[in-house]
Design a protein around this ligand. Structure first.
Ligand code: SAM
Length: 274
């Protein structure tokens, strides 16, 4: 349970979202390129006060602060856009960003009650079973949900595979629509996220369906902020997901690496006729 000071800071930060978006703190270069990926170093992140060695997002774990920052950076330009959040849970910060930016937000969540789907609200749904027609959305996004998509759920008889989920998301995007996902690395979820196996994660994006795939690493180059080790409970739980990686190699990563945030954006490729 957050303490009253954190709750007030959280509420104040949310309250000022529209003003913050209008300030456009993401207009400068806040990343550098390395091996075809964007590295967002904390020292270049507009949220970080490098002199005081602190992140200006006033709530959440070190990773959640990055999730908040990356959500603003990626969803700030959603004015007039029909956006679908996959795994919307309660009290979505991304919903606030989309709505404050002037977009329209619809959520799907496998823990929500199964009622008739409605654009503009939260609905029952799964990344592999989206209760909306083809080409309904300009953008689809998933915040801290991507790493869980294949996990068993009480509401689903057989969890669809990652490839099935990505094909289903492709279906509901308009031609040229885009997908944004984020996921923690070395924390929890499917073993490829625990191992930080970015090539394996990227291989899920079928080149016949997706183009312009962009990878960002947030908090990977974490100076001047300190390393964020996986909390003990996550670290132990993550080891139980391993099927193909050696447990000792993952233990070593947990001992030495920092938990960081992977973001991926991709654009729907539409087949060319003729
Ligand atoms: C850690 S919560 C994140 C919730 C919210 N997006 C946030 O950032 O606070 C992960 C959410 O993803 C949902 N989820 C898990 N598997 C899913 C799937 N296959 N399709 C859609 N949502 C899923 C879970 O039910 C849960 O609400």
């Amino acid at each position: 349970m957050p303490n009253p000071k954190t709750r007030i800071a959280d509420a104040w930060y949310r309250f000022r979202t529209r003003r913050r978006l209008a300030r456009n703190e993401w207009s400068g270069d806040y990343w550098y390129e390395r091996d075809g990926e964007r590295i967002v170093p904390c020292r270049q992140c507009p949220k970080v006060d490098a002199r005081r060695e602190r992140c200006g997002v006033p709530f959440g774990s070190p990773l959640r602060k990055c999730v908040t920052a990356a959500t603003e950076a990626h969803l700030r330009a959603t004015r007039g856009v029909l956006a679908l959040e996959i795994g919307s849970h309660k009290r979505s910060f991304a919903k606030l960003v989309v709505e404050q930016a002037g977009g329209s937000w619809t959520g799907i969540e496998p823990q929500a009650p199964r009622i008739a789907p409605r654009m503009g609200g939260e609905n029952y749904g799964h990344a592999g079973e989206i209760p909306f027609p083809a080409e309904a959305f300009d953008i689809a996004f998933a915040i801290q949900s991507f790493e869980h998509w294949e996990e068993p759920l009480p509401s689903v008889e057989r969890s669809p595979s990652y490839r099935e989920c990505l094909a289903e998301i492709w279906r509901v995007l308009k031609p040229g629509g885009s997908l944004y996902v984020d996921a923690p690395i070395h924390l929890h979820g499917h073993e490829m996220f625990v191992a930080g196996d970015v090539p394996r994660i990227l291989a899920l994006f079928d080149g016949a369906l997706w183009k312009d795939v962009v990878v960002e690493r947030w908090r990977y180059d974490h100076a001047p902020l300190s390393r964020y080790p996986a909390p003990a409970v996550d670290a132990e739980g993550a080891l139980t997901t391993l099927e193909t990686y050696a447990i000792d190699a993952i233990r070593e990563l947990q001992r030495t690496a920092t938990v960081w945030l992977l973001t991926i954006t991709a654009v729907k490729r539409t087949p060319t006729v003729g």
